[in-house]
Design a protein around this ligand. Structure first.
Ligand code: ADP
Ligand code: MG
Length: 940
């Protein structure tokens, strides 16, 4: 959400202060209504319809002034008021909701002209961030879930989340410690929780790392009994067993609280939201777990640079160029789902791969599929609007068109074995969809569709007899009007006379000021003419005849619109009966759309089908980072990866390999190679890119997508972890050392021998010695766990771990990689190529030079580096808990002497020998001056 935190209502706006009773200027009938609705909707900003405006009063007015920038005025003495025009209310609503507020819309529910006394008003809807359904308030690429959370004691918690705009509804119960992470991945637009007695959010709710408003709800709605009753009523079932839910499933408490809220904010038929699907228990075991921090550092949904979403994996896949990406809005959202919740099950992944392969092999199939999907609109969101009574004419037409595409889609899928399951699903739905499409398309126009039903003109002529009659009356009236005007012109002799109509004054006869004098003068002939309105240069009249005509026409128009509304409701009712079929259709279309996106990307961007294995290995030849690859094109340097188990067919790393490739073919039996690789190399060389590429390839492989590589074998993972050190520039300003360590602790606890762990400069956020020691210990731990791990680090000392003399037994599980760099004329050229072996220099000074550090400083740094290196080459890390003695001469040259002591100045020795008790203050001062001079003269 774009809104800044401070504009968000951590506490709902305060209810208005009680007002004095007697002779209170604010105690008018309208204000009494206002107060009543305000009380009925605590925590909501009330938009109160008055004429052509929605007005806000008291605190709400001040809030609107702050959030919307509308002018603050006063209604009567002391009542702050601010208003927005009713016809542009949607834009203001969006801003209010984006800022995290809830808005209750209070409309006039009777014609002002019919009202006896104050016009009747009612709250017709409550708009909240998590319960949006209107197209204008939603982004079609983003899911908009509302979540509710219930803690069961200290150990576990349940989360329920639903997307009112599509009807999706899910439940999960997790360890209390995982709630934050699970919620962050769900990314709700609003979070509901059980209110405490004092109305404040309990600390563990307030502490959740979420960027969304939190709404406290009455406790009884989360009670099991109430929750089960509400759910039974919603789904009209006697037991929830049919949904695979036990009546004592703790997650039902969260579901109940959520359902109560959805019902409260939406129009519903007697406690039922027709489009809300039965809650599904989210099956964590079916998914590869990629926690939120990993998704964030891999830039799956968003780049780390805050608001920029263009460079995320999701954005790149969605875009896919002129004829790639996703075709439908449903597909775009489904793609996000698949990336954030990859699959764990090999068979399920291979099912997807089969379709992708078929699309790669047969570009005609891909084109036809794209063509068929192209006419499918956002079906789930349309159904949601139908169900809550907020559908617009264009929604119904779009639904008709979409259902009409089912046949085309079925044709494309028929006779293609790779998509047989999809074909079968669609075939079962086909007759209902075709019928629905026929009904809608024969009833509704497909062009010139009115924006609102109140404008009339949605239904075709000939569709409904009654409607036709009213329309004929209206049309005939045009002829009558033309004739009438002609007659009047003859009668008055004024050829410029016009009969016209406007919304406020109705029908009128208009004459210029001069001509109108004629009428007024001849009060005999024009006795029945009544003056209606005086304009600057003209006057308008009405006659009894015209008045009668007006009554007839307006009632015909009103009746025609009423009839259309009736027909519309009827047709919506027909669609609502088919909600299940429509949802199933939308699901199928969304899946196919994502598969199409994968297929076209694979074909166009030289992606390859990854081979999935059950062995914990990872072998990639010619891998590319999916986002950078697209950005850099030919300039991107592909790299190889080889971790863990390598079986016969697989590629293995060649230790001696000093050229571009780490990989040579072996035809030996499966063998276990190093599972952990340490990547060293200068800044900007490509370490982070390399390790992220590896994680992204593994992640994509679990979604069923092909991967950017020449060939890839991916052993199935249970989790992918990615962590970036606190001081890495990518993470600037977003993390602290504490966060870094918390996240790393989480990895150490949860990584198994099936996990993939990517660590980027971990241990950077503290002092050098601390950091190195931590990085060292973490690397040892992960090598022992046996997870596949890539660890990019600037601590060159770590590379000695691969040496049996330092790393002991685990040295065999650790490999060193570095990024090759060529020196040329005192310049360095980054080759972005990963090669085996430890790096021997960090080239930090070169990088500093490129970055524009003054020549003098660079030269001095070179000089210092030389001296320091001469003095301390070969110093081994003292802090290293090496199982055996460090080598006499470790292979990597220590670039900066992290563990060395500076050489002692002779003055220090003198100082040591001094007996301070024997010195007078004057002597002491003289000595100090002497030593000071000595130290100054000797400094380089
Ligand atoms: P490091 O982590 O070693 O400091 P990065 O991975 O952040 O380096 O890479 C720095 C820059 O180098 C990237 O922004 C990219 O422009 C370029 N780069 C990295 N890897 C490659 C590659 N394989 N091919 C081409 N350019 C690359
Ligand atoms: Mg880096």
């Amino acid at each position: 959400m774009p809104a800044s935190t401070d504009s968000k209502p951590q506490n709902p706006p305060k209810p208005n202060k009680p007002m004095a009773k007697k002779s209170d200027p604010t105690d008018t009938p309208a204000m009494r209504q206002f107060k009543q609705f305000k009380e009925q909707h605590p925590g909501c900003v009330l938009f109160f319809r008055m004429g052509d405006f929605y007005e806000m009063f008291f605190d709400d007015a001040e809030l609107a002034h702050r959030v919307l920038g509308v002018t603050l005025t006063q209604r009567t003495a002391g009542v702050p008021m601010a208003g927005v025009p009713y016809h542009s209310v949607e834009g203001y609503l969006r801003r209010m909701v984006q800022a995290g507020y809830r808005v209750a819309i209070c409309d006039q529910v009777e014609e002002a002209s019919q009202a006896k006394g104050v016009v009747k008003r009612d709250v017709t809807r409550v708009v909240t961030p998590g319960t949006l359904t209107d197209e204008s308030l939603l982004n079609d690429e983003q899911v908009n879930p509302c979540a509710s959370v219930v803690f069961h004691g200290d150990d576990t918690a349940s989360i329920a989340w639903a997307e009112l705009s599509t009807g999706a509804f899910q439940l999960v119960t997790v360890a209390a410690a995982e709630v934050g992470d699970e919620l962050a991945r769900i990314n709700p637009s609003e979070l509901l929780y059980c209110e405490t007695a004092d109305g404040a959010a309990p600390p563990r709710i307030a502490e959740l790392p979420l960027d969304c408003p939190r709404t406290g709800r009455p406790g009884w709605q989360f009670r099991m009994g109430e929750a089960v009753d509400a759910l039974r009523k919603q789904y009209r079932v006697a037991t929830l067993g049919g949904f695979g839910l036990q009546d004592d499933d703790p997650a039902l408490a969260a579901a109940g609280g959520l359902l109560a809220y959805l019902l409260e904010t939406q129009r519903n038929d007697d406690g039922v939201l027709a489009h809300l699907r039965p809650p599904k228990t989210f099956a964590r075991t079916q998914h590869l777990i990629v926690d939120q921090a990993s998704l964030a550092s891999l830039e799956v949904e968003q780049t780390l640079r805050a608001t920029d979403t263009d460079g995320s994996l999701l954005a790149v896949l969605r875009r896919g160029g002129s004829s790639g990406g996703c075709v439908t809005a449903m597909g775009k959202r489904r793609l996000r789902d698949w990336l954030c919740y990859p699959l764990a099950d090999r068979a399920a992944i291979e099912d997807r791969q089969r379709v992708v392969q078929a699309l790669v092999d047969d570009s005609r199939f891909a084109d036809e599929l794209a063509g068929a999907l192209d006419g499918v609109h956002d079906v789930p969101r349309i159904i949601a609007r139908l169900a809550v009574g907020r559908a617009l004419p264009r929604d119904l037409v779009a639904l008709g068109k979409s259902a009409g595409q089912a046949e085309a889609l079925e044709n494309v899928l028929a006779e293609r074995p790779s998509v047989a399951p999809y074909h079968q699903r669609l075939a079962e739905l086909l007759s209902v969809l075709v019928d629905l499409a026929d009904r809608i398309q024969s009833a509704c126009k497909d062009e010139g569709i009115p924006a609102h039903l109140r404008d009339g003109g949605l239904f075709r002529d000939g569709h409904d007899k009654q409607l036709d009659e009213y329309r004929t009356l209206q049309r005939d009236s045009n002829v009558w009007l033309a004739n009438y005007q002609k007659d009047l012109i003859e009668e008055t002799g004024v050829s410029s006379l016009k009969v016209g109509y406007n919304k406020v004054f109705g029908y009128y006869i208009e004459l210029s000021a001069i001509n109108s004098q004629k009428i007024k003068d001849d009060d005999q002939r024009f006795a029945l003419w009544t003056r209606k309105q005086t304009l600057k240069n003209a006057e308008r009249f009405i006659t009894p005849q015209l008045k009668e005509f007006e009554g007839k026409v307006l009632s015909a128009e009103g009746r025609a619109i009423a009839r259309e509304q009736h027909l519309f409701a009827e047709l919506c009712g027909v669609c609502e009966k088919q909600i299940d079929t429509l949802h199933a259709f939308a699901d199928t279309a969304a899946d196919l759309d994502v598969l199409l996106c994968f297929g076209r990307r694979a074909a166009r961007h030289r992606y390859v089908k990854p081979t999935l294995t059950d062995e914990p290995g990872l072998n990639v030849v010619g891998g590319r980072h999916p986002v950078l690859d697209e950005l850099l094109g030919d300039r991107y340097v592909p790299n190889d990866v080889s971790l863990g188990v390598m079986s016969d067919e697989l590629t293995v790393m060649s230790e001696e390999s000093k050229d571009s490739s780490l990989v040579t073919r072996h035809s030996s039996l499966p063998q276990s190679g190093p599972s952990l690789a340490l990547i060293t190399g200068p800044n900007m060389a490509g370490k982070s890119t390399y390790i992220r590429m590896t994680a992204l390839i593994a992640l994509l492989a679990h979604t069923g997508s092909f991967v950017p590589a020449k060939s890839a074998t991916v052993g199935l993972c249970d989790r992918i972890f990615t962590r970036v050190g606190a001081h890495d520039e990518l993470h600037a300003g977003r993390s602290t050392f504490m966060v870094e360590m918390t996240e790393t602790a989480n990895i150490c606890h949860h990584a198994t021998d099936r996990s993939l762990v990517i660590l980027d400069e971990i241990g950077r956020g503290t002092s050098t010695l601390d950091g190195l020691s931590l990085a060292w210990a973490i690397a040892e731990h992960l090598a022992d766990v046996g997870c596949r791990c890539l660890f990019a680090t600037h601590y060159h000392e770590l590379t000695t771990l691969a040496d049996p003399a330092v790393g002991g037994e685990r040295a065999a599980r650790i490999a060193n990689l570095n990024v090759s760099v060529r020196e040329w004329n005192d310049e360095i050229v980054f080759l972005h190529r990963i090669v085996a072996g430890a790096t021997d220099r960090s080239y930090g000074i070169h990088v500093a030079k490129i970055a524009g550090l003054p020549d003098g400083v660079v030269d001095r740094a070179h000089q210092l580096l030389g001296e320091l290196a001469v003095n301390h080459e070969g110093m081994a890390p003292k802090a290293a808990p090496s199982p055996s003695k460090p080598k006499a001469k470790p292979s990597p040259v220590v670039d900066m002497p992290l563990f060395a002591q500076a050489p002692e100045h002779p003055v220090v020795d003198e100082l040591r020998k001094l007996d301070l008790n024997q010195l007078s203050p004057m002597q002491a001062f003289d000595l100090l001056r002497e030593m000071h001079d000595q130290a100054k003269n000797d400094s380089p």
